[in-house]
Ligand binder design. Structure first.
Ligand SMILES: Cc1ncc(COP(=O)(O)O)c(C=O)c1O
Length: 444
């Protein structure tokens, strides 16, 4: 590709029109590494100028977020409010992904030459992002894998107890079910409210369930059914006083919340960065606290499982799709360029607005806590007499808004779940609410 074409693409990229999405995808794979780097630099330049211009931007909506939204590659008109399932990649992440996949096509030597170094850089970046040492980071494929690594890797005996909440995801339940069947451990489910009243209600429910046989609390940090953010800090403190380990299933946590593992005090933390952090699918993160590493066996083994004296011993998986790991590093850089606190605040501000307004609609039961300490970017609710599926279908047809149904009828958790990431606007939420109100009016 000649220089003129490249600079035209860079210019075009800055003024990216969503209609050109497909053209961009095709062009992307033909771009050189240096053009892809330039494209990324132009995105970061634009974010830096926005940050300088809107230093004190606390307004819940407005130009700052609208401009940031342009660094994503959504199809024309799509309003993506289901990060809880899979989220989008920002442009720099996609560029980095293409760039590193291209290496295998054009120069496979580099796949084993310089890529391993880059992987370590990603580990360090991730460690800083969640305030731990790189020696405590395992790069997995997703949350499910992280949960399985912990359930498999702990030496538990017949009769040992593991406490789960009643709101766990299959990826957090079945690793323990397998262990129950194989080794005779005992799973005990602790009920949590929809929503719980406060932190104390959750912590004391778990405290009461602990017996001398209890070895682990395995709990969703980000409850997929209700949007609850579990108070891990308080739970860990209580559990550690009783000699119980804590494993958090935080599939949605990274990229949604400003995480600090040291502050949370947990032993193990599994997360999926393709939901809220903007990474591609196929790469995840497991934190294993240094002090817990001698209690956890590796599940997979190749060279290194018995010689690494750190969390690298849990990922001797052989050759991997390194491009997606490096793209994960770019997703961290993208969020760092905006600011993690700012991101969490934006997400919670949008969710707060949605909860306040949806609650005013007659018949609505909010399944998510209104306390910002016990909630994040997932909001779930149900409406008496209105089928959740109807809401999901109606807002998709009418406004091209993507939300989903969640939970189940028997448990009383069936409802609609909405994700409010940074690029969602108040206008988008108002459209969604208008759709809900319309269906409620039609019912009566
Ligand atoms: C709370 C929770 N745990 C675990 C998972 C499984 O995640 P993954 O498919 O990335 O392993 C999900 C997926 O949505 C989830 O919501």
């Amino acid at each position: 590709m000649n220089k003129k074409n490249q600079s035209e693409i860079v210019k075009h990229y800055k003024e990216f029109s969503r209609r050109d999405f497909v053209k961009y995808l095709l062009a992307g794979s033909a771009l050189s590494a240096s053009t892809l780097s330039k494209l990324n630099a132009s995105v970061y330049q634009s974010i830096t100028s926005l940050n300088q211009k809107y230093i004190e931007d606390e307004s819940p909506d407005g130009v700052y977020w609208e401009a940031l939204g342009k660094h994503f590659l959504f199809q024309d008109g799509l309003i993506m409010m289901n990060n809880g399932t899979v989220g989008p990649m920002p442009k720099p992440v996609f560029n980095t992904l293409i760039r590193h996949f291209k290496i295998q096509v054009t120069n496979p030597f580099d796949v084993y030459n310089f890529i391993p170094r880059k992987k370590e850089e990603v580990r360090t970046k991730l460690a800083r992002f969640v305030n731990v040492s790189p020696d405590e980071i395992v790069i997995t494929r997703n949350t499910t894998e992280g949960m399985n690594f912990v359930a498999n890797g702990l030496d538990l005996k017949e009769g040992d107890e593991v406490l789960l909440s009643t709101m766990e995801h299959p990826g957090g339940i079945h690793p323990w079910k397998l262990k129950e069947k194989r080794y005779g451990i005992k799973i005990k489910e602790v009920p949590i409210g929809l929503p719980p009243k406060n932190t104390d209600e959750i912590v004391s429910a778990f405290q009461k369930a602990i017996t001398p046989r209890t070895k682990v609390i395995s709990i969703s940090h980000t409850v997929y059914i209700s949007g609850l953010i579990a108070p891990l800090k308080e739970l860990s403190k209580m559990a550690h006083e009783k000699g119980v380990l804590v494993l958090a299933d935080s599939a949605h946590g990274i990229g949604m919340l400003n995480l600090d593992m040291k502050e949370l005090g947990i032993d193990f933390f599994a997360t999926s960065p393709y939901k809220w952090l903007g990474a591609p699918t196929g790469v995840g993160l497991l934190y294993v606290r240094k002090e817990a590493q001698d209690k956890l066996w590796p599940t997979i083994a190749s060279g290194g499982w018995d010689s690494y004296e750190n969390a690298r011993k849990y990922e001797t998986l052989g050759q991997r799709a390194d491009a997606i790991i490096i793209a994960l590093g770019e997703a961290v850089s993208f969020q760092n360029s905006i600011g993690r606190e700012r991101i969490e605040r934006r997400i919670k501000t949008l969710a707060g607005y949605l909860k306040r307004e949806v609650k005013k609609i007659p018949g609505v039961k909010l399944h998510t806590s209104q306390d910002p300490y016990l909630s994040g970017g997932l909001t779930a609710f149900s409406i008496e007499g209105v089928e959740p599926k109807k809401i999901v279908n109606y807002v998709r047809e009418k406004y091209n808004i993507v939300v989903r149904t969640i939970g189940n009828k028997q448990a009383g958790t069936y409802g609609v779940r909405v994700s409010t990431h940074i690029y969602v606007s108040l206008k988008n939420i108002d459209m969604f609410l208008e759709g809900v109100r319309h269906l409620v009016r039609r019912k009566s």
